[in-house]
Design a binder for this molecule. Structure first.
Ligand code: ADP
Ligand code: TYD
Length: 205
């Protein structure tokens, strides 16, 4: 892998401010002359975007949901993410496998051993270099979501679901403190923007 490219992911419960800051960070990196692949999960490739449509809008079992998430991820990694990293580009991805641990694991109660197995099978030792976890109490995130957009299948879940998702994220961050930066999303957009710029600068630009 090239010494210049980095794999950066953004995570958090719906409404915590992820999209706002993904966009700002990508603009900031590009303004400094970096080639950035801006992508998202589930999605990124034609096939994975088609799977995203199903995942966000069709009813399905937990098992189907879990396997479709990883199927989308495998296609995305093979066609887009790994080639970009190999070419020395930055990859900024809106959600990755930490979302699966949080939503299918924490939120839906999916079995940890199966998620771990799928994670290993689908991406082996590849993990993001840096993960920004936007952390916000579930009730505040629900308030922010309410004014923002029409809800998909995940966003229609109740507050207890999002409390479990948040807790699973925090646990996951606790297991890899070197990779995660937990961002307190109660801070202002401006404060968070500065903090992210400083951190991105520190990981290799
Ligand atoms: P996500 O992508 O995590 O679902 P968004 O970035 O879409 O969240 O933010 C949800 C809403 O909250 C938007 O209306 C956005 O403008 C607002 N928002 C984002 N960050 C903050 C913040 N730090 N303080 C107050 N409101 C915010
Ligand atoms: P997102 O792109 O954040 O939604 P939006 O476009 O509304 O901001 O994510 C789509 C949904 O997919 C989100 O509710 C979380 C869910 N998701 C999982 O449940 N597991 C996963 O592994 C991933 C990547 C996403």
């Amino acid at each position: 892998m090239s010494p210049t490219g980095r794999f950066v992911t953004f995570e958090g419960i719906d409404g915590a401010g992820k999209s706002t800051h993904v966009a700002q960070s990508i603009d900031w990196l590009r303004a400094r002359g970096h080639e950035v692949l801006a992508t998202r999960e589930p999605g990124g490739t034609e096939l994975a975007e088609a799977l995203r449509e199903l995942l966000l809008h069709r009813p399905m079992s937990l098992e189907t949901e879990l396997m479709l998430m990883f199927a989308a991820r495998r296609d995305h990694l093979e066609r887009l993410v790994r080639p970009a990293l190999a070419a020395g580009r930055w990859v900024v991805c809106d959600r990755f496998t930490d979302s699966t641990w949080a939503y299918q694991g924490g939120g839906r109660g999916g079995p940890a051993e199966r998620i771990a197995w799928l994670e290993q099978w689908v991406h082996g030792d590849l993990q993001p270099d840096r993960t920004y976890l936007f952390d916000l109490p579930a009730e505040l995130a629900a308030e922010r979501r309410a004014s923002a957009r029409a809800a998909d299948r995940f966003e229609r879940e109740d507050e207890a679901f999002f409390r479990r998702v948040r807790e699973a994220y925090r646990q996951r961050a606790g297991q890899s403190p070197g990779r995660f930066l937990v961002v307190d999303s109660r801070r202002t957009i401006e404060e968070i923007r500065k903090l992210l710029e400083e951190d991105i600068a520190s990981i290799g630009i």
